[in-house]
Structures are given as C-alpha cells and as structure tokens.
Design a protein around this ligand. Sequence first.
Ligand SMILES: Nc1ncnc2c1ncn2[C@@H]1O[C@H](COP(=O)(O)OP(=O)(O)O)[C@@H](O)[C@H]1O
Ligand SMILES: [Mg+2]
Length: 582
Amino acid sequence: MNFAELKIILRRLFKFYVREHIPKLIIALILSFAVAGGTAAIAWLLDPAIKKIFVERDNTMLFLIPAAIVAAFSIKGLSLYFARSITIKVGHEICRKLGIEMTSSVLSSDTHTLESKHSGKYISHFIYDINMIYSLASNGVLNLMKDSLTLTILISLMFYQNWKLACFALIMMPLAAIVAKSLGRRVGKVTTQSAEVTGNLSTFLSEILKGSRMIKIYQQEKFEFGRSKEILKLLMQKQIKMGLVMIRATPIMEVLTGIIIAGFIYYTGLMVSTGEIEINSFFSFLTAMMLAYQPIRSLATIHMLFYQGGAAAKRVFAVIDTKPNIREMENLPDLKISNANIEYKDVNFAYPKTLEAAIKNINFSIEGGSTTAFVGHSGAGKSTIINLLPRFYDPNNGNVFIDKQNISEVTLSSLRKNISLVSQDIILFDDTVRANIAYANLNATDEEIISACEHAAASEFIENLPQNYETNIGENGIKLSGGQKQRISIARAILKDSPIILLDEATSSLDADSEEKVQNAIMNLTKNKTTLVIAHRLSTVMKAKKIIVLNKGQVVDMGNHGDLLKSSKIYKNLYDKQLSTN
Ligand SMILES: Nc1ncnc2c1ncn2[C@@H]1O[C@H](COP(=O)(O)OP(=O)(O)O)[C@@H](O)[C@H]1O
Ligand SMILES: [Mg+2]
C-alpha cells in the first residue's frame, strides 16, 4: 500500500466513520493539551525549583514547588485517562459501524460472491482487521494529538530556556523522520501478509471443527496436526516480522538520543563555564529534552499504526463495497401470484469462471398447482434450474416467468416470499426447535408451529425431546437424526405456506423408515402447490404430472411417466438403472 492509497482510505475512514465523533474528539484534543501542558510544566518547574530551593533557599517555595509538581503530574494523569477513555469508546463505535456494514453487505451478497471466498476469511475480517482499525482509530488518533502537542510545547520550553541549545537538540528530529519513513510501507505489507495467514487459520479451524468426524474415520489427525503446525508457524513468522518491523525504530532512536544528549552535555559544559547558561536552566532544559523522547518515538512509529489500520480498512472496505448483481431494484412492482404458473424461456446459464454452460436453451412451462419432476444424471443441471427460480443466480440469457411476470422485473422480496426450498443440505441454526421452525414466520403462533409440525410428521419426535419445542438442536441440528432434521426443515416450509415449492433431493439421504415419514410430510407440504421436485425415488417421480428429462444441461424429453417410458431412451435408461433400484 502506497501513501496515495493510504490517504484515500484514511479520508474515507474520516469522512464516514470518524467525523460523527468530532465533538468527542475535540474534548480529547483539549485533554491532550492538558497532558502536554502537564508534561511541560514538570520540566519547567525544575528551573525555579533549583533556583529558589537549592540556590536561594526560599522556604515558601520549598512547599509550593513540590505541590505544583504533584499538581502537574495529577493533571497529566487524569487528562490522559479521560482522553483515553474517549478514544476507546470512539474506536469501538467506529468498529461496530464497520462491523454492521460488513454484515449488511454479507447478507445481501450474491450466492456466487459468498461462495467464492471461504467463510473463515470473512471471519478474519471481523476479528483481525477490525482490531487493526481499532488500534488506528483509538491509539493512533490519540497519540497523534497528545504526542504532537506535548512535543510542540516541550520544544517551545527548550527554546524559551536557551535557543542555541534548542537548535542543537532539534537536529535529531529530521533524522528520526527519515528512519520512520521507510518503516511504514514495510509494516503495511507485513500486516497484509499476516491478515492473510490469520484468514487461513480461521479457515483451517472451521474445517477441522466441522470435519471432525471425517478426520477421525480417515485417521487424519496427524495430517491435520501437521497442517496446523504449518499454519501456526507461518502466522508466528509473520507476527514476529511485524513485531520486529514495529520496534525497528527503537534502537536507532535510542542511539540518536544518546548521541544528542552526550553532545548536549559537552556543549552545555562549555556554555556553563562561560556563564552563558545557568545550572537551573540546564536541568529544566535537559528534563524537557528527555521528556520529548517519548513523544518523538511514538510519533516516529505512529505512521505504522496508520499503515496497518489502512491496510486492514482496505480489506474491510472491499467487503463493504461488494455490490450484489442480484438485488432489490427500486420502483419494481411486487410479484402477484394467481395460479403460480411457471415458464422458462430460452434460459442459458454458466457458473462464473466455468468453461461450459451448466444449462442450455431451457424451455418449459409448468401449470400452477401441479408437480413437475426433473430427472437426469448427476451434473445434468437439475439443481441449477431450480436455483434460478428464487434468483440465487440470474440466467445469462433467457427469462423465467411466474404468472407471466418476469422474475427479474419484480421485487426480490415478493419473489422469494412465494417460494419455499427444501433441499438435501438441510440448514438449521444452533437454536431451539421452535426458533428453527419459526424462522419461516417470526410472528407464527404456537398453534401454527405445532400444526406445521403435525403436517410434517415431526410433532411426535419433537414431543419426545427433553424440552420439546424448546430443545436446542446444536450446530446445524447435530443433535437430531437426518430424518428428524429433514422433517423440521419441511415443517419450516409448511409454515411459510408459499405457493411454489422447490424440493431438491429432499429425501435422498434418508433411510427407508424416515423416508416414508418424510414422504408423507412432503405430500402435505406440496398439496395444491406448484412443486418442482428433483428426486431419486421412482415413487415421487411417477406421481408428477410432468417429468422433464435433462441431459448435459439440456431438456431432452418431457411427458408423463407412461409416455416417457415408451418414448425416451434416457428416461428408460434412468428408470432401469437408477430409479428402480431405489
Ligand atoms: N457453484 C458452482 N460453481 C460452478 N459449477 C457448478 C456449481 N454448481 C454446479 N456446477 C456445475 O454445473 C453443472 C450442473 O450441476 P447441477 O445443476 O448441480 O447438477 P445436478 O443437480 O443435475 O446434479 C455441473 O457440471 C456442475 O459441475
Ligand atoms: Mg443437484
């Protein structure tokens, strides 16, 4: 990241996240003045202290000056505390706002966008990157104010005590600046690498946690352990590198300070002997110079905080800026369902970054209220066709109509409100049974939920769970059997009560006993609804009013079971080999 890029990012951070906190930051600025004043007062007080107490032996001053020193330290300490407490709050508020915007962007992102990056990477944006931005917004901003003010006032004091010495002491400033400049860019680069490794770590962790059973059965603990060691080693290396770059300024600064102080003592020694400077001024000046060391060091490294935070903000902004292609357009009418007829016209679709289209020239129409089955070999494009209906993806060419309305010309919310999806991959949340079912309708009454479960043949087993509907089902329903999970997902779809139902191999992973129950549940779910079903089971397919046979992304035959057995070679083949064995 170069300086121009950093400037753009910082400007954006300021404009949209920091600016609203300006009143609080002004208070922090005023407090920073107090910190700077307190620090300088400590140095300044040594001048009268030495002169009045040690040289002139003034008894009143013997009490007043120590009291003033206590006061100066107290002002410095309290102001610093309050200034910090302000920037801590501001920093976290900025992070919260960024977090909210990232979440909002993730929630509205296209399926494709989300699937092209591992979830672990997203998690790292929320944890690692946000933390970097916090350091910038909190420590970076406060140190910049406090240290530059402190330094300015200390330098003024040095000039007040003796301008010649002050000029001499200032030689170190440009030297420090040169050292600092080269380190900033490097630290930004290392932060980016470190963020990447952190993303890999969270990716890895989420996989070994989700895949724990596979790891056990394939006995890959050693392999995964080895991988973890690799990633942790890489992370350690990057973190050490970052830590080392961050402190690289320190020894250079120390040596510079030593040289300056040595030269300074030599030079003042000459001045004292010619009577050009008094001993009290000398001590006061020396203290100011020593006190200036901390803000100089801090300012020399502060740009690293800015580069680190800037690099992190760049990644966070990239997430926030991802604009979905499939989104709610303004001024579109709502979808109005009359019969829920569906029509696909010349639909072509290729997944992004793939060579061949997944489906080609798809044309068919479905009568509302009836069931249509899609059959074909695995990879024929069945799921793809179904996924275009709720606009998880948009076709590259062609259009999809529901009741003669183009689905891309109605609001997304009205479209998705009318569609339920039950698929082979059941998605359940780590929450209670009730919450998982009520996800379809957060305002559903208990009666509605229970009725949905009865129709889904789920109420019986739910009532046998330890806390019935209030039982927590664990991450993705880990505490339930496959058939139970599927019936909960069907209950959810029944509760949604939408006119269009999509079933993507909803029963394919079930045993015979569960399957029968789930089949009954599906019968209840799909009664009088426009249903698009992908099924391996012959019984389901045979009942469909229309069967669409797909091969390599194209519709090859259409008809009912009896017709297709006679007319379609592929269907006959599927029937013989696949459907009948199930
Ligand atoms: N997310 C995806 N990204 C890229 N290609 C995909 C994706 N999903 C499916 N495909 C490809 O699209 C084709 C059709 O897949 P799909 O519709 O899932 O088939 P089916 O459901 O009939 O088994 C396959 O060749 C598959 O490899
Ligand atoms: Mg499929």
